[in-house]
Design a protein around this ligand. Structure first.
Ligand SMILES: [Zn+2]
Ligand SMILES: [Zn+2]
Length: 167
């Protein structure tokens, strides 16, 4: 599925707007990223730092157009800006958080709070210290709601969701 043209254009225009805000406030220029709408899966968007590319999820964009423009775009742009300003830093670390607040007046939230049921896979990849695990949706949702935490039987460390961060 691809995003309808008008929504893709709105998102692209918002990317440009975010860059203009950044350039004005930081008094420097940034090269513009390439933008793709071919992202699938659960993430609303991803930022590919080295290649200066943003990918957005067309299914989620159509379901949440306003949130995409208001939150997802600045979130992802801030990842690219943090990379260009500070190099290799934590994806959602203090530099990124500061950019979210100072440039975009947004509370830096790590995850987009969307209803992701439309793009939910059957199982979710988790990791412990020693191996990878697959959790069912039912277990995964319990983890998200804070109702359960699962541990690896072998190494006894808590299972952590594998994200393709920065997202
Ligand atoms: Zn383990
Ligand atoms: Zn992120």
């Amino acid at each position: 599925m691809t995003a309808p043209n008008d929504l893709a254009q709105r998102i692209s225009a918002q990317v440009e707007h975010c860059y203009q805000v950044a350039e004005q406030q930081l008094q420097r220029r940034f090269s513009r990223p390439t933008i793709s709408f071919a992202l699938r899966g659960q993430a609303a968007g991803t930022a590919h730092l080295q290649v200066n590319r943003l990918r957005f999820n067309p299914t989620l964009a159509q379901q949440n157009p306003q949130a995409f423009v208001d939150e997802v775009v600045p979130h992802e742009v801030a990842h690219l800006l943090a990379w260009q300003l500070y190099g290799r830093v934590k994806p959602h670390g203090v530099q990124w958080q500061q950019l979210m607040r100072s440039l975009f007046q947004l509370e830096p939230k790590t995850r987009h709070s969307f209803d992701v049921t439309a793009v939910q896979p059957r199982s979710f990849a988790y990791r412990c210290q020693c191996q990878s695990h697959q959790l069912t949706i039912r277990r995964h949702n319990k983890v998200l709601r804070g109702q359960a935490q699962y541990r690896c039987r072998r190494c006894q460390t808590p299972l952590q969701l594998v994200g393709n961060d920065p997202s």
